[in-house]
Write a protein that binds this ligand. Structure first.
Ligand code: PGA
Length: 257
């Protein structure tokens, strides 16, 4: 790992998406916890479905693995049927929340402005947002990758303070690489990660070198090392490969040595 990453502890989050009963989720979380128990200098997080968050958080309490929500609403409470708020996630045991995942943007019509409101709600509630950005295949093919990612970063961070950014994590997830088995090459990831860091530096010069930028999209035990060797790749947001404890543990180990 390049020496300049010193201040940025590797960070790995398993995004379980819409998968798992309460019992299955607690069992998977327990295996992950046991598998990473001896590791130091790495942050490990799992993001179960809402229904399993509380039970998973209780099981992981006091250990090295933290819990994230996969989304939250931007209001703290009220007449918003079906939504879950950031204070509720915190109450259930979350320390993090994934926001603006491409599945939410593409399938649920989530807009940049909503991601910004949700980030503010998360920060208000004491949660650290993991803000996802990334281009579609059509945008990449049209040469619009950096334009799209830059716009998403700017929108998500609108009106955030330096203290807010210091608690936030960014995840670059090219949409064409999610769940497709086709990961970005290390060089493709690095290009966008560097671009994101430069974008952050335009507003927060001192802070930008300390913000962790994760890569997501078909991360596997056999490709994480090459990705982590890049200067601006600080960890992974892992979907499919995080559903098997052994493969997620291997990713954490390979990516944090
Ligand atoms: P994947 O998903 O690892 O299955 O590609 C990544 C994500 O959606 O966060």
């Amino acid at each position: 790992m390049p020496a300049s990453k010193g201040a940025r502890r590797p960070f790995f989050c398993g995004n379980w998406k819409l998968q798992g009963t309460v019992n299955e989720s607690v069992a998977l979380a327990t295996e992950v916890r046991n598998g990473v128990a001896t590791l130091r200098d790495v942050d490990v997080v799992v993001a179960p479905s809402f229904t399993a968050i509380h039970a998973v958080a209780r099981r992981l309490e006091g250990g090295p693995v933290s819990v994230a929500g996969q989304d939250c609403f931007w209001e703290d409470k009220g007449a918003f049927t079906g939504e879950v708020s950031a204070p509720q996630l915190s109450d259930a045991g979350c320390k993090f929340v994934i926001l603006g995942h491409s599945e939410r943007r593409q399938l649920m019509g989530e807009l940049d402005a909503a991601v910004n409101l949700k980030a503010k709600a998360a920060l208000r509630a004491g949660l650290a947002p993991i803000i996802c950005v990334g281009e579609t295949l059509a945008e990449r093919d049209a040469g619009e990758t950096l334009g799209r990612v830059g716009a998403q970063v700017d929108a998500a961070l609108t009106d955030l303070t330096a203290a807010d950014l210091a608690r936030s994590i960014v995840a670059y997830e090219p949409v064409w690489a999610i769940g497709t088995g086709r990961n970005a090459t290390a060089a493709q990831a690095q290009e966008v990660h560097r671009f994101i860091r430069t974008r952050l530096a335009a507003k927060f010069a001192d802070l930008a070198p300390t913000v962790r930028i994760l890569y997501g999209g078909s991360v596997k035990p056999d490709n994480i090392k090459a990705l982590m060797a890049e200067e601006d790749v600080d960890g992974g947001l892992v979907g499919g490969a995080s559903l098997i404890a052994d493969s997620f543990i291997r990713i954490v180990k390979e990516g944090s040595v």
